[in-house]
Design a protein around this ligand. Structure first.
Ligand SMILES: [Zn+2]
Length: 322
């Protein structure tokens, strides 16, 4: 009887397919991003990200309760201040928008793991992730104390995890030292270790009002063509004290996720970014794809590539399906 090997035997029905399925998604895999703004009663839709809103603090706290109720264990917060300046002072003010949001969310949903994205770009008037010299260069070492101060104020406000996303060199070491000196040695760091200069961030910059006012971020974020460099970035962040590492974006970088997973024995996160989400939403709204099916396929692919944690705007939709 030809053929001897018939892989279709194990695909005959849903029960056996479930039994031999290699990758299982669960709500525990997800981290849900929230964009917090000043004011009260604000729930402003982000035009390029249907289903995503800019939320004032009390609405963000309500959303966080729903995230918890859906079984998703974690949120990551992005603050959008009313006032921006050259040094991003809103990022590290003790009563800054993100610091107040952390306090409010931790009291609304204490078991939720609240992650604080640490970067200056939402808070600087020029929109870059660090401080900028007179001649327009993004200054590395001068930015580290500000990022460290942001990390400390967020952790003091109650953030469970600090997640630096700025891609300055040495920032994990600087933040680790600052946290330890502030008596916060127990606060873990999730480093955006391999963050690429990607066109897929467009809708996020709408949501966070953080587009650079001049130039671009290719001088500090990674070149999309490179993978060996990603492994070096991850290695350096781990040497500097990162507890977990992230690859961002996810979909065009599944090979990077897989290589990081194979090389390093720490939890690996991947950010299913705004442009990836927007494309799926737009195609679904046009009736061109089946939203739920494509969403689950994408999330499964990110986990199959090796991500333990997935930051995704689909988190609530996916958790409800699971
Ligand atoms: Zn940034």
């Amino acid at each position: 009887m030809f053929p001897t090997h018939r892989p279709r035997r194990l695909r005959q029905n849903e029960t056996i397919r479930r039994m031999v399925r290699e990758t299982q998604l669960a709500p525990d895999d997800f981290i849900y991003p929230l964009f917090v703004v000043e004011g009260r009663g604000v729930r402003r839709p982000v035009a390029s990200m249907p289903g995503v809103f800019n939320l004032s603090i009390e609405n963000a706290a309500e959303e966080a309760r729903q995230v918890k109720a859906a079984g998703v264990p974690s949120v990551i917060l992005f603050g959008i201040p009313d006032h921006k300046d050259a040094r991003g002072t809103g990022a590290y003010a003790e009563d800054g928008v993100v610091q107040r949001a952390i306090r409010e969310i931790k009291s609304a949903a204490p078991e939720l793991q609240v992650m604080a994205d640490v970067c200056l770009c939402e808070y600087t008037d020029h929109g870059h992730c660090g401080v900028v010299s007179k001649d327009g260069r993004v200054l590395n070492d001068e930015s580290l104390p500000l990022l460290s101060q942001m990390a400390v104020t967020c952790a003091q406000a109650g953030a469970d995890v600090i997640a630096p996303s700025d891609m300055m060199d040495g920032r994990v070491a600087a933040i680790r030292k600052a946290l330890d000196e502030a008596g916060l040695a127990g606060t873990p760091i999730l480093a955006y270790a391999a963050k690429y200069a990607s066109g897929f961030y467009g809708p996020f910059r709408d949501a966070a009002q953080s587009a650079p006012q001049f130039g671009d971020r290719r001088g500090y974020q990674m070149d999309p063509a490179n993978v060996r460099e990603a492994l070096r970035e991850v290695e350096l962040d781990l040497q500097e004290g990162a507890d977990m590492v992230m690859v961002k974006p996810a979909l065009s970088y599944l090979d990077v996720i897989a290589k990081v997973r194979a090389r390093f024995d720490v939890p690996v996160a991947a950010y299913n970014v705004s442009g990836e989400y927007a494309m799926v939403k737009a195609a679904a709204q046009n009736g061109w794809i089946d939203y739920q099916r494509v969403m689950m396929e994408i999330l499964t692919s990110i986990k199959r590539a090796g991500a333990d944690l997935i930051l995704t705007y689909h988190a609530l939709d996916a958790a409800k399906l699971l």
